[in-house]
Design a protein around this ligand. Structure first.
Ligand code: KG4
Ligand code: ZN
Length: 339
């Protein structure tokens, strides 16, 4: 039996999970700071770090309690090492390492994007060969996955991440933060063909994305002054979905993959899910969707990846980049989301 306690603090969610034997989730605690950052229109890095510091001790205690374990039962401590807001990551990493030292157990640093990437397969006997699409507030990544740890990054965004585009457009429309849920709600009342927004990179011949032109197109429309919010939301959402579905379909075909893993906060979007379901059905493929609770940032996915890793001894530098060289360097640049 093995018990892993994992900590996630890469952005504005403070999260702690306890995982037994790599598949049984005993605790999954998330404190979302969204309401705290909402007033700023986006995540403020220092505010996020301070709140992680304030919340982490009680969250670790409550995770241990709700898991029904004793502190001494923990065999391994894991934490998100990157990418993310550097100061926010430091809080989680320092806390996790200190905990591991105190317990005398090993420590595993985990790549946040790898957490999202593998999250659709939580509970599966193993990670199948698949095409993974991570669509979150900070990342848009298409990855050819042969097995856990064997990744070929096929494409990523050249500018804004998909979720970031949702958040920025919501802000332009005065809809509040986080914007994805707001846009989806308004889009339900709108006409998706009302505006012909650009589908950047659709015919680029590669697997990269770009969403900043789309955001600018929405800004121009708003500046002209005459618009109907539901139509803008529906048309914007349609433009994002079309690019994501088409690129994922082409990439899966190109790499001979018949399973598509969809993860990250944007994968909560019902319209996006429906279009991916339609696409895999048409091809006779299978869609693996991250379960509701682990789509947005959480520590369960971090524990899940840690369970597949060789533990490091405490004191090792623990930079995710050192252990996952197959992820490109820029994935570790620790860029902030919108500020
Ligand atoms: O995975 P996540 O919690 O954070 C990162 O690791 O970045 O994703 C948060 C993102 C936000 O940009 C949010 O607007 C977006 O996911 N999101 C959605 C929806 N729910 C959350 N985007 C579109 N439709 C949704 N229903
Ligand atoms: Zn994330």
């Amino acid at each position: 039996m093995s018990i892993i306690l994992a900590i996630e603090t890469s952005c504005d969610e403070t999260a702690v999970a306890v995982l037994k034997d790599g598949r049984e989730l005993l605790a999954d605690e998330v404190f979302s700071q969204a309401a705290i950052h909402a007033g700023y229109g986006g995540v403020v890095p220092e505010v996020a770090s301070r709140n992680h510091l304030a919340r982490l001790p009680e969250l670790v205690e409550s995770a241990i309690k709700s898991a029904g374990i004793a502190r001494q039962d923990i065999d391994l401590v894991a934490a998100t090492a990157g990418p993310g807001l550097p100061a926010a990551l430091l809080v989680g990493m320092a806390y996790a390492k200190a905990l591991a030292i105190g317990l005398g157990c090993p420590f595993v640093p985990v790549n946040h994007v790898e957490g999202h990437l593998l999250s659709p397969f939580f509970g599966w006997p193993e990670i199948p060969p698949h095409l993974g699409l991570v669509v979150s507030g900070g990342h848009t990544l298409l990855v050819n996955v042969e097995r856990a740890g064997a990744y070929e990054v096929l494409g990523s965004t050249l500018d804004d991440a998909a979720g970031e585009a949702f958040d920025k457009v919501a802000k332009l429309l005065g809809l509040g933060y986080p914007g994805g849920v707001e846009i989806e709600r308004w889009a339900a009342e709108g006409e998706r063909s009302a505006h012909d927004f650009p589908r950047a990179m659709l015919h680029s011949g590669n697997f990269d994305f770009s969403f900043s032109g789309l955001k600018t197109a929405v800004r121009y429309l708003i500046d002209r002054g005459e618009f109907h919010i539901p139509d803008v939301c529906a048309s914007f959402q349609e433009a994002v979905i079309e690019v994501l579905v088409r690129k994922a379909e082409t990439a899966a075909s190109a790499r001979g993959k018949t399973v598509i893993g969809l993860s990250g906060g944007v994968s909560s979007n019902r319209c996006l899910q429906a279009r991916f379901e339609e696409m895999v059905r048409r091809n006779g493929w299978e869609l693996a969707l991250a379960a509701g609770k682990i789509r947005t940032d959480n520590a369960a996915m971090i524990a899940y990846v840690a369970a597949m890793r060789e533990p490091l001894t405490v004191g090792a530098r623990g930079l995710a980049a050192d252990i996952f060289p197959s992820f490109s360097r820029e994935q570790f640049s620790g860029e902030s989301q919108l500020v």
